[in-house]
Design a protein around this ligand. Structure first.
Ligand SMILES: [Zn+2]
Ligand SMILES: [Zn+2]
Length: 126
């Protein structure tokens, strides 16, 4: 029986010869990327859900001003509702005590600090 010839790893620029599609290192890497995308999909669906829209609306009607700006003595209209403990860290999705109203700039800053997907995409300035 002739041995199946090895092929270079499918990851661009990787010289490793492998039996499968990716070498061990790149298999792990692509699995990780895949999981990341799957999670992003999950949160996208969550933020579009009716339950979240209602929770968000209720939060903004009870706390119409950015809570971070209020701490600094400024009344800025809040446009975003943030999870104080992020969902991916086990925070409750709908519990009012885990929600805070934020203006866009406070929310972006917090997202950058957390390294969340908002931070990665919107944090960089051209
Ligand atoms: Zn590789
Ligand atoms: Zn603010």
């Amino acid at each position: 029986m002739p041995r199946k010839p090895k092929k270079p790893c499918a990851y661009p620029g990787c010289p490793e010869l492998v039996d499968g599609y990716y070498c061990e290192a790149h298999k792990k890497l692509t699995d990780k990327l895949y999981n990341q995308y799957a999670r992003d999909d999950f949160s996208k669906n969550f933020y579009n859900s009716m339950a979240w829209r209602l929770a968000r609306k209720r939060q903004l009607s009870v706390h119409p001003f950015c809570e971070e700006c209020l701490k600094n003595g400024k009344a800025v209209k809040a446009t975003m509702v943030d999870h104080i403990i992020p969902i991916k860290q086990g925070g409750d999705k709908f519990e009012p005590s885990n929600l805070q109203s934020l203006c866009f700039s406070c929310h972006s800053r917090k997202s950058v600090e957390e390294g969340s997907r908002f931070g990665r995409h919107r944090g960089a300035k051209d």
